[in-house]
Design a binder for this molecule. Sequence first.
Ligand SMILES: *Cc1c(COP(=O)(O)O)cnc(C)c1O
Length: 489
Amino acid sequence: MNFIETRGNDGQHPLKVSFSEAILSPMSSFGGIYSPESLPDLGSSFLADHLNSDYKGLARDILAAFAIDIEPAVIEEALALYDHFDDPKNPVPVVRVDDDLYVSELYHGPTRAFKDMALQPFGVVLSALAQQRNEEYLILAATSGDTGPAALETFKNRANVRVACLYPDGGTSDVQRLQMVTEDAANLKVIGIHGDFDDAQGALKQLLGSAVFKAKLKEKQIHLSAANSVNFGRIIFQTIYHIHSYLELVRQGAIALGEKVYLNVPSGNFGNALGGYYAMRMCLPVEKILIASNRNNILTQLIRDGRYDLRQLAVIPTTSPAMDILKSSNIERILFDLFGAARTRELMTQLDNEKHYELSAEELERLQAIFAADFCDDEEGKRYIREAFAKGYLMDPHTATCLKAHATCRSEPLKSIVYSTAEWTKFSPVIANALTGEVGASDSDALKAIAARAGIAIPAMIAGLFSKPITQGTIIDKAQIEQSILDFL
Ligand SMILES: *Cc1c(COP(=O)(O)O)cnc(C)c1O
């Protein structure tokens, strides 16, 4: 399978690239990204044929259908990482919460958030490619809390890849910070910044544009790549669990094979939802994909009104910080798939230059045939956390945003699969506040309070963080980042 450019070709870039090229250098002409030239059609018997497949067996066959240029041995090594999830036989459990509501739990990996679903195998693939080419790569990441730990965990001690990860000091939860600053490997550098997430991301963008920095990397023969969700190497692993979750519903007797479902996705950069969209295009019977947001509700605006308008907006901090995003990068791949490269370039150029665009009535109709959307504020989210807990289900604030869309966006009496993107342990003060009203608890106290109330144990990898030595103590001003990274290299 080949990959082509979402904004068309500028004559400087190749017309098509392979999967491995698309993941090593994810940026394409006119500031666009790579998308599959065509999607594999898995065919009408694929679901029936995989009713008895385990997760890895299903993954193997989906990846084979994409016909990517990665050796089977590397794919096997990548998929073997799912064996380290809580239940090696089923890394993604799907749990019934209500008659029409099933939660697909994507957080059973090493860092307790759904980023592991894609980043765990991605780390193996990227490192293997770098070794085959005998090249050294630097991955730069800026994180608001979940991507950083997952990227560090997957690349730790992997050959030919180094990671420099920027986080806002004081801008993440204690658990998220500890997950990063206790990582101990020579190829990892974690840098706390005085500032917020936008400062960290801005610093990273500046670095990526710095001629001096690039020249220094070239001198050291180090290539730059990215592990953010525009990288198709992450998206491909995010198609699998949508198909797996559907098959789980069939296996549990909740639906008949072929019956349509709603997919309900808490969204920020839209990688998770894009995986659902591709799964639907490839074989999955989906009525609609429901997009859940917090008060940073630009996706709701786009899907309801066809307008993407950043002009009056600033990011609002919420209790679901992984979704505090206004520039949702994977929307570009939806525009490309529905409306083609010329129109995508037109819309994205307008967004870059004028900070807004608007779809035509006909385009909006096509978007709404696939997606519906709603957003949930922090108070509503806490209420949903309480209501779910009363039914015996403990959920994090990101997952809780889906329950609003579940209540407002469905028109058919079909089952919904809600995607749970983080374990309760990563956002425990918010959950403790929702359940007990207590304000300002530390992560450590909130974890204990919730564990006692729910009668469950704190997972060992979270409990152990509080006594692990801190090995990554760098906390600096933005101006010092470039030097700090060069010293590390
Ligand atoms: C990253 C993340 C999201 C958003 O996922 P996208 O693929 O960027 O839309 C939602 N919830 C949590 C907990 C996350 O870490």
